[in-house]
Design a protein around this ligand. Structure first.
Ligand code: ADP
Ligand code: MG
Length: 278
């Protein structure tokens, strides 16, 4: 990515709304007026309870579906105005899902080659590109393994390589570590981190795990189809302080009757440290 790309806006959503179902009694407002901007090179997490609209948001940005009202513009293209969502998605979006969706009868390399078929690349160019991407995600030496011969974390890395084949403008990952044990989850997360920091990839990642979210740069919290809170991720010490400040203990420490037990100097320190991030 060029430095001048840094300010480029990759995703813009204006009052983005998605209503499922048509009978009034069965209608669900999965997205309710979401406004959002994501710049090139950003690594953003989406958190929120189950059913809050996280996947729907990814699906709208990823051109899997059209909004009911409002707008979503991805890479300068208004998704509602697109005739052919499939070809736009293939050129612009890299999807990684919770379940890897690899084809079980194809090797790692063949799986990564699938999205490159039918776009006029020679077989050799496809193979070379697939191998380059598998190396990028740390899967050198596993080109010819079938998904069944790989660990869950390794399968997810193949899925990431596959998502990168067409040099997407944004990678959308829906709970990519949700199905992994914590060690494989960490490994997969570090692949995303490296893609972002070394290659400038723009990534939007849904997660339930606060430890995953704090590895990104910005956290969006959703509830009832809305983004209700946005948080810039600080350095590890500040993030630890936030956890303490939001805990029952941290909240108790900030109560007047507790602060009254401290000297003015100590009170100032507690207020400065916890009050600032609470
Ligand atoms: P999350 O990913 O945060 O768990 P979703 O975006 O999957 O939430 O769902 C948001 C809401 O929309 C939920 O109430 C869900 O039941 C509903 N929903 C999602 N997809 C559909 C669909 N295809 N048809 C009807 N309702 C849906
Ligand atoms: Mg979901």
């Amino acid at each position: 990515m060029r430095a001048s790309d840094k300010n480029r806006i990759i995703v813009e959503a204006f009052e983005l709304t998605k209503v499922y179902g048509n009978g009034a009694a069965t209608q669900v407002c999965a997205l309710d007026g979401v406004n959002l901007e994501i710049h090139a090179g950003e690594f953003v997490a989406v958190m929120g309870p189950s059913g809050s609209g996280k996947s729907t948001l990814l699906n709208m940005i990823g051109a899997l579906d059209r909004p009911t009202s409002g707008k979503v513009i991805v890479n300068g293209q208004d998704i509602s105005a697109l005739r052919d969502l499939d070809s736009f998605r293939g050129r612009t979006i890299g999807f990684v899902f919770q379940l890897h969706n690899l084809i079980t009868t194809l090797t790692a390399r063949e799986n990564v080659e699938v999205p490159m078929q039918g776009i006029g690349m020679s077989g050799r160019a496809r193979r070379e590109r697939a191998e380059e991407l598998l190396e990028l995600v740390g899967m050198q030496g596993r080109f010819h393994h079938l998904p069944g011969q790989l660990s869950a974390g390794q399968r997810q890395k193949v899925a990431i390589a596959r998502a990168l084949t067409n040099r997407p403008s944004i990678v959308l990952a829906d709970e990519p570590t949700g199905n992994l044990d914590s060690a494989s989850g960490d490994e997969v997360l570090s692949v995303f981190g490296r893609l972002n920091s070394e290659y400038g990839a723009t990534i939007l990642l849904v997660t339930h795990d606060p430890n995953v979210a704090r590895c990104t740069q910005r956290i969006l919290r959703m509830q009832d189809g809305k983004i209700v809170h946005e948080d810039i991720v600080g350095d590890p010490f500040t993030e630890d302080l936030k956890v303490l400040a939001r805990s029952q203990l941290g909240q108790a420490l900030l109560r007047d009757e507790m602060l009254d037990m401290l000297s003015p100097e100590e009170r100032e320190v507690v207020r400065n440290m916890l009050g600032r991030v609470a």
